[in-house]
Each structure stands twice: as structure tokens, then as C-alpha cells.
Design a protein around this ligand. Structure first.
Ligand code: MIC
Ligand code: SF4
Length: 632
């Protein structure tokens, strides 16, 4: 059989199972990454696994999310992360060195290897021909201590790109077009593998924008072949030795195919409050802007910012405009090339290389403010201002809109940046693993609370419905981020006070008064980030079962990892028959190990309905044990 690239890499790393869509497989993991907002828990979990040596080839701990130091919490967590890295032989990328996915791409990604990371945008590395998957912290801890990751073999979809962009169109418009067509749940259970003659002109920077935002489609991951563009990028990074050609076989087989002619793509924009609420820029041109921000792991590369500088050079922006470079290396090269001076002269504010405003760490818009950003998510309230309207578009659209002060279709003859032939390598902040690490003491600030294990699954689960939710609930809805809540990421009792705080301020009180209860959700429950707090905090509040129409991939795994049953309505119409405060009961919960269906009694309304699941035997065993920490 002619093989596609994803199959080839998975096959090379296969440890358990048969590569067949829907089968659970275990693969060898070469690399891991964590960031500081998920990393502290991941390493506490790793410590709880009692393993003295990491089993991966290369692992990196980044500090990029909780960059503000408004109190001791974030700084203490960062010291903890550095001491863990020193003790267990990980690389450590400190505050100011850049956003994990950008730095990983520049300095660590290797074609043909596997990576799991406790951040949903880990698939960015697919731009260099890796199988890179976003997972919860506990799955990273597991990969560190065993070298393995288990997942259900996804469908492989071929995205065939032909032609070349016409005018002011860029990679962001490809992924926005796909989001428009397929929606935020269109990629669940799938890997997108890109091919076609359209690839010739797509640089690794552009590919990374596409693989990054594949997360918004719900994909397991996305991958590009490792070709001449990949070689050129690695050469620039002085890592040519890491290059090898990685291609699908000619006429490789795929489960599905989508064709896109790049010539037909036009500038696109995602409107509030979802990355799939996509229109053409032309359709909504003229909306007045209070703010423009260019940055985040989607669009903060050197090539993105050089082009923005070229567009803005010699002109003045008409609205508050901010850039946040993806890495210290990007920043240094902007300085050396003179582009930073052009940007600042045109009125742009410059932030340090970090996630920053993308995760609500500063630059929150004014009340009802309208902000155009080059990020990947525009969920309601994520910016830090609950009633702000956030739009997402390419750096090109952002630059033109900044010049006009309103949403603007790019105009005039397209400018191109000269292909980047030389860069200054600037990874000197990264701390390499030490040879001698016996005497390292782990630094534990008072914000870091020990990780708790939960008891095994009870057989009779009864409780009230304490919240009923609509479709596409995000993990930002479940446990918001932002500068006030993020510093509590290593303190589960404290951060649990904020569960659903943006959509129902009484939720936590109700959960406590009822010793937990049932959560009822719609389609794609738990989309978005990989933060396991969205599972762990409800578990801490006593939630043992969540019943929805469907779940997002990473969140479902996180629920299982912490012993919460992710159950699905057999008949979606039953969703409508359940109300808040109804008392529900599952009589024989543990029988799930041998059944794909359970009956739930609605005691309040005196009827029963069926719930199903799509869990593997291993996942069911984890659930019965009360989570992955008990299962090992
Ligand atoms: C995000 O973009 O939502 C985050 C913050 O990077 C998250 C991780 C987190 O919540 O810490 C993600 O994408 O996984
Ligand atoms: Fe950071 Fe934003 Fe990327 Fe998440 S999406 S990793 S918050 S830059």
C-alpha cells in the first residue's frame, strides 16, 4: 500500500496496536514540551510518578504564558520549573525567550520525529514534518516517564494545495477558509496532511501558521512534508543536519481529500466570538478599530513582522497598535535589520516575546472595544474585557487596518520581503540540561499545592444537574485565563473558585452545596486549550460525570485522566428533556468496563435515557481506577 507521511511516521514510532482508523495505538515519543501555565501541574504529576530519569530524547520547559509578575506566584512557579528542568535533564526556556511553539520551531523541531506538548497549539511543529500533538499535562508527564503516548488513530485527510496566492493573501487566509468551510469541530478525529504544487512557495513560517491553527478545527494534528523549504529553514537556523526529506509516497492513500486553489483565496477574517465565524475582509470592511495586535504563536515570526514593518514603514498608524515578537531571536533580528525602528517610528508599541495579550496578560481592550488581532482564538472574554469584540486576521490585514484605523482590505501593489538569507541566532537564554544533577533541590513556592489523587469510580452516582450548557463550550468558559486567574494554575483549591465564573457566578457555590453533581453540555464540549484545570477543578468540586452531545479531543482525555466520565447522549433529543436541578442517577457506573451503553434515571422527571461512550479499554480502566495517576 502507498503510504502517506503521517502513516509513515506513526508506523516508525508504533509500540502497540494496529494502525487502523479508530484503533487505540501507543507510539514512542521523541520530544515533549510544556509551558508555564500547564507545566507546573505536569511536573508535579511527573514527580508523583516516581521516575528518576526522563525517557524522551529531548524535552523543553518553557516560560511564556504567565510572564507578568504581579505577585510572587508566577515567579515562584518559574523557579520551580527551572529547578525541575535542572534535576531531570530538560532544556529550560525562560521568561522573555519567546512563545513555546515559535522557539520549538526555531531551535528544536526535527522532521520525522514525534512531540507531545501540554498546549493545544503543539501541532505547530507539523510545519517541519513532525507528528506533534497537543495533550494534557498528565499525558506529558506520562510521556516523560514512559516515552509513550496512546491515542486513537485518526483519519488522515489530504489537503491538496495548488497554484499560488494572488495579491495580499497569506497562509492565515488558507486556514481561515478551512475554518469557514469546516467549523471548529470539523477536524475532530482527523489529521490534515498537506501536499500539492502550492507547497513550493509556502515557507515554513507560513506552514506554521496553518498547522498552528489546525487546533481551532479540532484536529489531532496537521503535517507538511519535509522538503526544500524545510531544508532552507533549518539551514537558516544553522540546523541543516536535522533535515531529512520526509514525503508521502506518490499516489498515497488518504481517508478523505480536500482541494484548495490558492489563487481563489482572498483575505479572510474571523468575527466575534469564534474562529470559525469567518467572512471575507471585503464583507465587513470599515468597522472602526480601537486596537490592533500582531503576535501570538500563530503570527509572530520574523517573516510576519518584517512584512508588517515594510507595510508600515514611513507611515503612521491610526489606532493603538501593538506587536509581540514570537521569540527573542525574532526581536534581535528585527533590531538588526532596522525593522524595529520602522515599526516604532510608525507608532507601534512593542511587547516582550511572550503570549501576552493572547492569553489576557495585558492589553485588554476598552469596554465594548473592537480589536483586530493576528491570534488564533477570539472566544468571548478571553482578551480580558468581557464585552470586547475580537476579530482575527493575517498580519497583512492587521497592518493595513492599523494604518486606516478600521478593518481594511489590503490595497496597492503587493510588497514582498526579500527571502531571509541570514539571521542572528539568539538562543543563549535557553538553559541546557546539566550533566551533574544530583544535588539540585526543587524550589517549591507557597503557591504550589501538592497534587491530589482521587478515589476509584463509584458504582452508584447520583446528584443534581448543576449546570446546563450550549454547544462549543470552551475551556476558557470552564476555567478562564487572564492575569488574575493564571497565577493560580499550580493551586487547584484556589483556582477551582473560578470554574464557570464568567458564565455562571453561582456555579461553584452550587457545586459545593451539592457535593458535586452532573454537568450537561452540547456539541464539542471543552474545545480550545489543553488546560487540564478544566477537568481537574470540576473534579475537585466533586463532579464525576459530564453528559454532552459530543466532546473535544484533548478535554475528553483530560476528563478521563482525572476520573470524570465523559458520556454522550444516545439520543440527542434527551438533552432538551433535562433541566437544571433535575436529580439524576447512574446505578451501575462501573459496568461501563464491559458495556458501551449506560442508563441514567432522571429521578425528578421520572424517566430514563441512555448514554454511550467511545472510550477504549485502556481509557475505561483509567476511569475505573479514578484517573491515570492511580492506574499506573
Ligand atoms: C491557549 O491558547 O488557550 C493556551 C493558554 O495556550 C492553552 C494552554 C493553557 O491553558 O495553559 C492551550 O492552548 O492549550
Ligand atoms: Fe500562547 Fe496564545 Fe499561542 Fe496559547 S495561543 S500558546 S496563549 S500565544
Amino acid at each position: 500500500m502507498k503510504k502517506n507521511l503521517a502513516q509513515k511516521i506513526i508506523e516508525k514510532h508504533l509500540l502497540e496496536g494496529e494502525i487502523k482508523v479508530g484503533n487505540e495505538i501507543g507510539i514512542k515519543i521523541d520530544q515533549t514540551l510544556t509551558q508555564d501555565a500547564t507545566g507546573t501541574l505536569a511536573y508535579l504529576e511527573f514527580e508523583a510518578m516516581n521516575v528518576q530519569k526522563i525517557k524522551t530524547k529531548l524535552s523543553v520547559s518553557y516560560v511564556d504564558h504567565n510572564s507578568l509578575q504581579l505577585g510572587y506566584e508566577n515567579s515562584d512557579d518559574h523557579k520551580f520549573l527551572q529547578s525541575i528542568a535542572e534535576k531531570y535533564g530538560l532544556y529550560f526556556s525562560p521568561n522573555g525567550n519567546g512563545v513555546c511553539h515559535q522557539v520549538q520551531l526555531e531551535r528544536f523541531d526535527v522532521p520525522g520525529e514525534t512531540l507531545v506538548g501540554s498546549d493545544s497549539h503543539t501541532p505547530t511543529a507539523g510545519a517541519l514534518g513532525m507528528i506533534a500533538i497537543g495533550v494534557g499535562g498528565l499525558d506529558v508527564a506520562y510521556a516523560l516517564s514512559t516515552g509513550k503516548y496512546y491515542f486513537k488513530m485518526p483519519k488522515i485527510v489530504n489537503i491538496k494545495l495548488s497554484g499560488r496566492f494572488k495579491g495580499w493573501v497569506s497562509a492565515k487566509d488558507i486556514i481561515l477558509e478551512l475554518l469557514k468551510r469546516l467549523t471548529v469541530k470539523g477536524g475532530v478525529g482527523k489529521i490534515f496532511e498537506y501536499s500539492g504544487d502550492g507547497l513550493k512557495n509556502l515557507s515554513v513560517y507560513e506552514r506554521a501558521t496553518i498547522t498552528n491553527m489546525g487546533a481551532e478545527l479540532g484536529l489531532t494534528t496537521s503535517i507538511f512534508p519535509s522538503d526544500k523549504q524545510t531544508k532552507a529553514f533549518l539551514k537558516l537556523e544553522n540546523r541543516e543536519n536535522d533535515w531529512k526529506e520526509m514525503m508521502a509516497d506518490e499516489d498515497a492513500e488518504y481517508d478523505e481529500k480536500i482541494e484548495l486553489d490558492l489563487e481563489e483565496i482572498v483575505p479572510m477574517i474571523a468575527c466575534p466570538h469564534s474562529p470559525d465565524n469567518v467572512k471575507t475582509v471585503k464583507e465587513i470592511e470599515g468597522i472602526k478599530l480601537d486596537q490592533v495586535i500582531i503576535g501570538s504563536c500563530t503570527n509572530s515570526s520574523l517573516s510576519d513582522l518584517l512584512l508588517v514593518a515594510k507595510i508600515l514603514k514611513g507611515k503612521k498608524v491610526k489606532t493603538s497598535t501593538i506587536i509581540s515578537p514570537g521569540s527573542k531571536q525574532v526581536l534581535i533580528n528585527l533590531i538588526k535589520s532596522g525593522a524595529l525602528s520602522d515599526l516604532v517610528s510608525s507608532g507601534v508599541r512593542v511587547l516582550e516575546p511572550a503570549c501576552g495579550p493572547c492569553i489576557g496578560m495585558g492589553c485588554a481592550p476598552n469596554s465594548q472595544g473592537v480589536s483586530l488581532r493576528t491570534f488564533n482564538r477570539n472566544f468571548e472574554g478571553r482578551s480580558g474585557t468581557d464585552d470586547a469584540e475580537i476579530y482575527i486576521a493575517s498580519p497583512i490585514v492587521a497592518a493595513f487596518s492599523a494604518l486606516e484605523g478600521n478593518i481594511t482590505e489590503p490595497y496597492g501593489k503587493k510588497l514582498n520581503i526579500k527571502s531571509i538569507k541570514n539571521i542572528v541566532l539568539a538562543d543563549d537564554l535557553i538553559v541546557s540540561p546539566k550533566k551533574e544533577n544530583k544535588d539540585i533541590t526543587i524550589y517549591r513556592g507557597k503557591n504550589i499545592k501538592p497534587i491530589q489523587k482521587y478515589s476509584e469510580l463509584e458504582n452508584i452516582i447520583t446528584g443534581k444537574v448543576i449546570i446546563k450548557l450550549k454547544d462549543n463550550i470552551t475551556t476558557d468558559d470552564i476555567i478562564p485565563a487572564g492575569s488574575k486567574i493564571l497565577p493560580l494554575r499550580s493551586n487547584i483549591p484556589a483556582i477551582s473558585e473560578f470554574v464557570f465564573s464568567k458564565i455562571d457566578s453561582k456555579f461553584v457555590e452550587r457545586a459545593k452545596n451539592n457535593s458535586g453533581g452532573f454537568i450537561i453540555g452540547g456539541e464539542n464540549y471543552g474545545q480550545g486549550s489543553s488546560r487540564e484545570h478544566a477537568a481537574l477543578c470540576p473534579r475537585y468540586l466533586g463532579i464525576k460525570v459530564i453528559i454532552t452531545k459530543s466532546f473535544a479531543r484533548i478535554h475528553k482525555s483530560n476528563l478521563i485522566n482525572f476520573g470524570i466520565m465523559p458520556l454522550i447522549f444516545e439520543n440527542v433529543l434527551d438533552y432538551d428533556k433535562i433541566d437544571m436541578n433535575d436529580r439524576l442517577e447512574i446505578e451501575n457506573a462501573r459496568s461501563i468496563i464491559s458495556k458501551n451503553k449506560l442508563t441514567v434515571r432522571n429521578i425528578a422527571k421520572n424517566f430514563s435515557f441512555n448514554v454511550i461512550h467511545d472510550l477504549t479499554k485502556r481509557q475505561l480502566e483509567i476511569l475505573l481506577a479514578g484517573g491515570l495517576l492511580n492506574y499506573r
